[in-house]
Design a protein around this ligand. Structure first.
Ligand SMILES: [Zn+2]
Length: 71
């Protein structure tokens, strides 16, 4: 297995978020499934519940780029 593939899998595992799952009816860990849309201020992601595999969309408001602004 190539190192790039291992790194990708590790990043996928590290990229889980605690989100409300309608099926589990509680907050569960969701894994990043795919990127649906990239907006200027947010990224819309398809997230998959790690407990029941139900997928949901989620808006990640983490800035894609951090720009240090100085006067
Ligand atoms: Zn679930």
């Amino acid at each position: 297995m190539e190192n790039d593939e291992l790194t990708f899998l590790e990043e996928q595992l590290a990229g889980t978020e605690l989100l409300a799952c309608a099926t589990c009816n509680e907050d569960t860990l969701h894994a990043h499934a795919e990127v649906l849309e990239v907006y200027p201020l947010a990224t819309e992601l398809q997230m998959q519940c790690t407990c029941c595999q139900t997928e949901r969309t989620w808006l990640d408001w983490t800035p894609a780029k951090r720009q240090a602004r100085q006067n």
